[in-house]
Each structure stands twice: as structure tokens, then as C-alpha cells.
Ligand binder design. Structure first.
Ligand code: NAD
Length: 484
């Protein structure tokens, strides 16, 4: 059986303990590979390697670093089919989605930040005859990067690309649930001639390998994407050492449909935002609010379309929805649907595993697209992140009311507003508490904009200049003009 090893100092490295964890294909429920169960000794070796590589890598010109990262991006693109298939098997998502979204975006992340560094600016502040200040932005050293399972290579590269482009070296800890594409990336790093030690990848459990990385005194930067509870843990582990910490956390995103919207566009957008990647995108709209005058009609059409989504073998090209990522995740989603029933919800479709799975997938972790109505906006199902193909629907009567509903959760990651009224779009966008507001669209991403969440959806912003700033330390140099 294939073994996923660590990548330290440019080489494949067995975990020091010799221990491995089973890695399951969620569409079959079968173990198909094993992943290194690393501990603090592996993290120590990776940090040491990254520290040794830092002086030379940080002194290379941005152009040099750019060339290497662009080579890596090209290799990701050349291997799109292989990587997409690996991600499909590792994660359960449809192959078509991995091929069209996840892997191309990984290449794009690398290119975007490699070239962004070529155009990076630094500030100068003149002090009217007294002197002037300029700001040096310097890489901080080793960046510890911890990523989740839902968009494995997409989110791993989203973090390593700006860290490496700015001259930091990296120790990455991908999710133990989906380690395969990061492992394949490490092979491509060798082919791209990324110098040994610049990127190190340590696999294993969050509470063991991840926590050791967060607590390591020689890792001044921690960038984390994952759940809010884990983020709180990481913040408390890192803060006594005054590390620079970026946290991209969970969401409970509102999807608001006004009666004056292009309802066909809102329908298509809402189906995607509710169920894409089995609802396992942090940006998915899991709470749908529909203006009362169109509520019944829109909901009927939405439910009948949700019922027609093809749930099944992720390797089949016409599959809309694959498997949930793990048995744990399936259990969590199942329990939330049971809770919805207890809280008075009506299950309009789904609510259980789908029928008609092929033989290969009969033991996989599948769940049908689920729409639930009749819940109060403050019940647990409407307040807590489920992270699965489950969406709740609630009617609303006014702009004020829906803004109150939208903002009535602890999260503030993303939202969508569907309306034909431009003034309303601006008004509502301004009032919604979320890091991103999409108007008449969903998940349209410009990598230059600040990306992140408000409230308990995160701390800090990634993307564009924000990311270049996050991975560098500003130093002010003040020079007095002689004679003043
Ligand atoms: P998770 O928090 O369980 O795990 C994320 C990563 O953290 C994994 O690599 C895990 O091994 C590691 N980890 C766990 N405990 C740790 C610890 N104590 N110290 C250090 N590392 C630790 O999250 P998940 O289940 O993998 O991902 C789903 C969550 O991620 C959802 O809440 C989703 O909303 C969120 N998410 C957020 C964004 C965003 O951009 N805001 C993007 C994707 C996913």
C-alpha cells in the first residue's frame, strides 16, 4: 500500500516513530494508503531544515524566486489530471470539480503570488523638511502553515505561495484527512528545483504534529485555515510567544434572495452555493433567506432541482455531488439533520444517504442534498456550522429583517445577495457583517482583494497585498535631512 511520507530538506522522510495512519477513500470507505503519523521530532527536523534554508532563499531576488514558483505552477498544470484524480480519491469530491477548480486554482495561486512580488511596493513618508521614513518589508523566517481537507491543494498553495514568494521558508502541515495532493506537490517541488529546505511538509494529526508546529519557538508566523474551535486553540497556543497569526475559520453564510432578483440566476447560484463540493466549502451559503412574495414558488423549484442533482461515484463525469470527506463528517451531518427534526424543521428533500449508489461506492460516505424549512433563525441548526450538503430556508418580509437574520450568528465569512435593485445591493452589502459580500453571484474570486472573515470567522486577511504584508515584517527607517 502506498505510504505518504514527509518531505524534509528536499527529500522524502519516514516519520521518526515509524508510525503511519490509515488514509481512507471516502467514496468507498476503504483504506487506500497510509500517511505519516508525525510528532514533534519530525516537526523539529522540518523546522531545522527550513531555518537552514532561510538565509539563502530570503536573499535571492524576487525574480529568482518567481522563476522557481512559476516552474512549480507549470508542473501542477501539466499534472492536472493526475492531481485531480488523487484529490478526488483522497477527498470524495467529483473528479470534474477537482479538475476544473481545485488544481487549476493551485497553479494560479503559485503564479499570482510569484508575480505579485515583482510588483511589490514599499512606502516612503516625507516629513516636510525634517527627514523621511521608508519602510523595509522583510521575510520573518519560517512560516508554519496548517490547512484543512475541503480544498486540499487549493488552500495549501494559497498559503505557501505568498510565504515563499516573500522569501520565507515553510513548514506545512496539510490535513491528515486529505494528505495526498500535498505529497504529490512535494515530488513536483524536486522537479521544479526548489532548493532543499525551502518547503518542508510534515504530515500527521493536528493535535500532535500541528500543535508542535504552532508551539515551536523558532516558527514566528502561523497561518491557519480550519474550524473556529481549532483556531481558538491555535491562538491560545501561539499568543504567549507573540507570533504573527492568521486565522481563516468557519462560516454560516447567508444567501439572500430578494423578489426583484433575476430568479433564474439566483436559482442556479443558490444550487451551487448550497451544494458545491458537498456543501464543504467554507463560503457555501448554508442559510437561504427568500423574500416572502416569491418564497413558495422559488422554494418548490429549488427543492425539485436539488432532488435531481446526481449524487454518486465521484469518478463518473456527470456526478454533481460526491462523497463527504469522512465517516466522522457523515456522522456529524446526520446528527444535525436529526437535530433539525427535533427543533421542528421540515425536511423537504434529502435527509439521508442517497439511493442507487454503484457497487464501488456502496460503503462510501454519501449524503443527499438536503433542504430544511420551518426552523427558527436562532435554533442550533441555524447557528452552528454543519459543513455538509444541508441548507435551511427562511422567508423574510423586509430589508431590515433579513439583515438582522443574516447578522444574527457568531460567524461573518461570506454572503450572497440577489437583487435587481442596485441601490439595495449597495445598502445591504454595507450592512452585512461578512468579509465578502457577493452580489448576484457566488464564489467569484479576484486574488487581489483582501480575503477573510469577520467575527468568529477569522482574524486577519489573506490575498493580494494583504498576504505579502502578512508574511513580512515592516521596519521603519527614519533619516533626518542633514542641516535641519
Ligand atoms: P480542522 O480545524 O479540524 O483542521 C484544520 C487543520 O488544523 C488540519 O490540518 C488539522 O490537522 C489541524 N489541527 C487540528 N487541531 C490542531 C491543533 N490543536 N493545533 C494545530 N493544528 C491543528 O478543520 P477541518 O475540519 O480540516 O476543515 C473544516 C473547517 O475549515 C470548517 O470549519 C471550514 O469552515 C473551515 N474552512 C475555512 C476556510 C476559510 O477560508 N475561512 C476555508 C476552508 C475551510
Amino acid at each position: 500500500m502506498q505510504r505518504i511520507t514527509n518531505y524534509i530538506n528536499g527529500r522524502s522522510a519516514e516519520p521518526i516513530s515509524g508510525e503511519y495512519l490509515d488514509n481512507v477513500d471516502p467514496s468507498t470507505g476503504q483504506v487506500y494508503s497510509q500517511v505519516a503519523d508525525s510528532d514533534e521530532r519530525d516537526v523539529e527536523a522540518a523546522v531545522e531544515s527550513a531555518r537552514n534554508a532561510f538565509p539563502a532563499w530570503s536573499k535571492r531576488s524576487a525574480e529568482d524566486r518567481c522563476k522557481i514558483l512559476m516552474r512549480l505552477a507549470d508542473l501542477v498544470e501539466e499534472n492536472v489530471e493526475r492531481l485531480a484524480k488523487a484529490e478526488c480519491i483522497d477527498n470524495g469530491k467529483p473528479l470534474s470539480l477537482a479538475r476544473s477548480l481545485d488544481i487549476p486554482r493551485a497553479a494560479k495561486n503559485l503564479r499570482f503570488f510569484a508575480t505579485a512580488m515583482l510588483h511589490a511596493k514599499s512606502e516612503v513618508h516625507a516629513m516636510e523638511g525634517v527627514g523621511f521614513n521608508y519602510t523595509l518589508r522583510q521575510p520573518r523566517g519560517v512560516a508554519g502553515i496548517i490547512s484543512p481537507w475541503n480544498l486540499p491543494l487549493y488552500l495549501f498553495t494559497w498559503k505557501i505561495a505568498p510565504a515563499l514568494a516573500t522569501g520565507n521558508t515553510v513548514v506545512g502541515k496539510p490535513s491528515e484527512v486529505t494528505p495526498m495532493t500535498a505529497y504529490l506537490l512535494s515530488e513536483l517541488c524536486t522537479e521544479a528545483e526548489l532548493p532543499p529546505g525551502v518547503l518542508n511538509i510534515v504530515h500527521g494529526l493536528g493535535a500532535k504534529a500541528g500543535a508542535a508546529l504552532v508551539k515551536h519557538p523558532k516558527v514566528p508566523t502561523i497561518s491557519f485555515t480550519g474550524g473556529t474551535a481549532t483556531g481558538a486553540r491555535i491562538a491560545s497556543d501561539a499568543s504567549p510567544m507573540f507570533k504573527k497569526v492568521g486565522l481563516e475559520l468557519g462560516g454560516k453564510n447567508p444567501n439572500i434572495i430578494f423578489a426583484d432578483a433575476d430568479l433564474d440566476a439566483a436559482m442556479d447560484g443558490s444550487l451551487r452555493s448550497s451544494f458545491a463540493n458537498q456543501g464543504q466549502v467554507c463560503l457555501c451559503g448554508s442559510r437561504m433567506f427568500i423574500e416572502r412574495s416569491v418564497y413558495d414558488d422559488f422554494l418548490d423549484r429549488f427543492v425539485s432541482k436539488a432532488k435531481r442533482l446526481k449524487v454518486g461515484d465521484p469518478l463518473e463525469e456527470d456526478t454533481d455531488q460526491g462523497a463527504l470527506v469522512s465517516g466522522t463528517q457523515l456522522e456529524k451531518v446526520t446528527q444535525y439533520v436529526a437535530l433539525a427534526r427535533k427543533e421542528g424543521g421540515t425536511i423537504l428533500c434529502g435527509g439521508n444517504p442517497p439511493d442507487g449508489l454503484n457497487d464501488r461506492c456502496k460503503d462510501g460516505y454519501f449524503f443527499a442534498p438536503t433542504v430544511i424549512s420551518q426552523l427558527s433563525v436562532d435554533c442550533r441548526v441555524n447557528q452552528e456550522e454543519i459543513f455538509g450538503p444541508v441548507v435551511t430556508v427562511t422567508p423574510f418580509d423586509s430589508e431590515d429583517q433579513v439583515v438582522e437574520y443574516a447578522n444574527g450568528v457568531q460567524y461573518g465569512l461570506a454572503s450572497s445577495v440577489w437583487t435587481g435593485d442596485v441601490s439595495r445591493a449597495h445598502r445591504v452589502a454595507e450592512r452585512i457583517q461578512s468579509g465578502t459580500v457577493w452580489v448576484n453571484c457566488w464564489m467569484v474570486r479576484d486574488l487581489r482583494v483582501p480575503f477573510g472573515g469577520m467575527k468568529q470567522s477569522g482574524v486577519g486577511r489573506e490575498g493580494g497585498d494583504e498576504a505579502l504584508r502578512f508574511y513580512t515584517e515592516p521596519k521603519n527607517v527614519c533619516i533626518q535631512i542633514p542641516g535641519t
